[in-house]
Write a new protein. Structure first.
Lengths: 197, 197, 197, 197
DNA sequence: CATGAATGAGCCTTCATTCAT
DNA sequence: AATGAATGAAGGCTCATTCAT
């Protein structure tokens, strides 16, 4: 279906060149159609990329949700590490998406920014709840040192953010090593002595 | 001097709107000159923003260097926290610069990207050395739990990155709270029990 | 068809004002369209004039070829004179074309020059062969004094060139007189006494 | 003297690139001054090239005049041939001048064209008189077949023009051969049998 | 003499978009 | 659903030129 092809290539070019350089005509050319044909499917350039963005976010959302739900087995250490790994896997296995993602977050017309932020917040909210539970569980089970839950959640989110940024800037191998180092220190830091093996 | 005014406003508009939207004509208008006048000072649009970027990086470099050198007094805890604070202060006190910075890093013509990465790496290299020393010192003085130095450095860089990303996305008050939470957990995690007060 | 109209007017303005002064906007204005519309038909300004030039050359080529082929009847004197006349007729009946032609030959971006020269050479080559035959025939029939064939061909080409240059510089009436004078002397010069009536 | 340097380089760039491409700034750069400095010596771009052109023509004029005056010795054949040779020598020894010359003749703003033509005409007028005398002399001395003087003059001018055009288009060696062939045929054509050796 | 700064005019070009087909 | 033709808007850039210094 042409519509999907357009979206796919729009997303790809967005990743490669950013919003402004991802010209309708350049997209059309790569799709193999003429520029005005795009308007048969999308009202606008903004509309097209809005859609692309929503799809992307939806996809991400689904993935994260799905990943998290599957992380029921295992102890807290495994759960947390698993989250970082799922995150890494998602971005590493389809780096263009992450790029597009970042690009849109920065280069989108201001009108759009609110929606971007809203979706982001929702996602974060969800994540917070999950992490809350996990850490609560961890403390109860004495896997994790007793600390304010919010602090723990914040710290993990910070690790996630840091790891995410490095995921963008470093090549995969260097990134993987980093991730491990970070995780080692982090886990050693938050866990109770009993669980540091 | 007009040249500086151009650079300043170019940087500002870059932060606000990104490279493509920071039009030469829009810059000129805000400076109060006519567009072609810009060419009396810069060869190109690219040249202008190249200069802006280099200045920015130079400035950042100087600041970090300066900050770090002054962090000789105090124990390791103070030193590390001080670094995070200086970083925060730098970006919070002139948020446009940070924005420009991010924008250029993502939206610049590919030719330029190598230079961006090189400068980045150099900066990181320098930071690594400093952190290395600090952590080594911390371990020797029993302020910090004995762990591989590289892991510690990596973890701190990750915290820095995470904190940096949040600094961009959250409003200042929310950010400050986050920073404190993160720091609490982090320091509790890496320090020896004696130093956890 | 708009495309042809653009070409026609481009050619005309080229003749009148030269490549640089034949602005896309001035062409568009005369065609009655807006400047960007030209890009629906031509990739470039260069592309447009390239096309114009090739058409011109093609047209010239066709004409010369056609003219020559029809000059089978008559004796050698008539044939040669006919060639000069056809040449004159071509340029006099559409002087803009000749002007454009000259203009492009001189003012075109260097990239293009090779193609210009190549086409020119091909045309000249063809002409040489024809003249060769005619002169050979002339000598055999004792209409023309026995001289090296190559010299005769060269001399005739020189007359053509001279005549061509004068065709550009003189107004038509003056040119016609000149042509006759030149032809008189030339024919008297190369013909055998029997044929000088 | 800077003024002369400007003129020289203006002329050179004119030859190489034509009037429009011979930018004041590009001239200034090659001279080693800043663009506005040109205005210390010339009122205008047009003024500059006007001067350049007048100098060129003056120079040409002088040369031709001088050449011709020195062609008093020798018989008519030698005189005529000498003229062609001087012409060739002039253009071959400083081909840029000829290029500039042609360029200006074609690409100059229309205002200027009249002066160009006037000077040209004057030169031609002068040449005509000289040729008139030579041919008259030639006929009287039975070196040249009796023909209308005007025709002879016209024919020689035509040869000059043709030869000139070929001088521009052919490389030197090819040109020289051509010139000889043309001259052979021409002289054989106009001379009396007695003088054809 | 020379130049730094500035500018009006204009050029080529690209882009998103529309509309009739 | 697709496209050829057209366009308003704008962008980056160059050029000749001026003027104060």
């Amino acid at each position: 279906m042409t519509k999907n092809k357009i979206k796919k290539i729009a997303s790809k070019q967005l990743a490669e060149k950013g919003y402004e350089q991802a010209t309708l005509s350049s997209i059309a050319k790569e799709v193999g159609i003429k520029t005005p044909s795009i308007y048969a499917f999308f009202k606008n350039k903004e509309d097209l990329f809005m859609t692309v963005y929503r799809d992307m976010l939806e996809d991400y959302y689904q993935y994260i949700q799905h990943s998290i739900e599957q992380v029921t087995a295992g102890n807290v250490k495994e759960k947390l590490y698993r989250i970082l790994q799922e995150l890494s896997h998602y971005h590493l296995s389809q780096p263009e998406k992450t790029q597009s993602y970042m690009r849109l977050a920065l280069s989108f017309p201001p009108t759009f920014n609110q929606e971007v932020k809203d979706t982001f917040n929702e996602l974060e909210q969800h994540l917070c709840e999950i992490l809350h539970e996990i850490f609560l569980d961890g403390i109860n089970k004495r896997e994790i040192k007793n600390q304010p839950l919010d602090d723990l959640v914040a710290s993990f989110l910070c690790v996630m953010d840091g790891v995410f940024l490095e995921l963008i800037y470093y090549p995969e191998d260097k990134y993987r090593k980093r991730l491990e180092q970070v995780w080692n220190v982090y886990w050693l830091g938050i866990s109770t002595p009993l669980n540091q093996n």
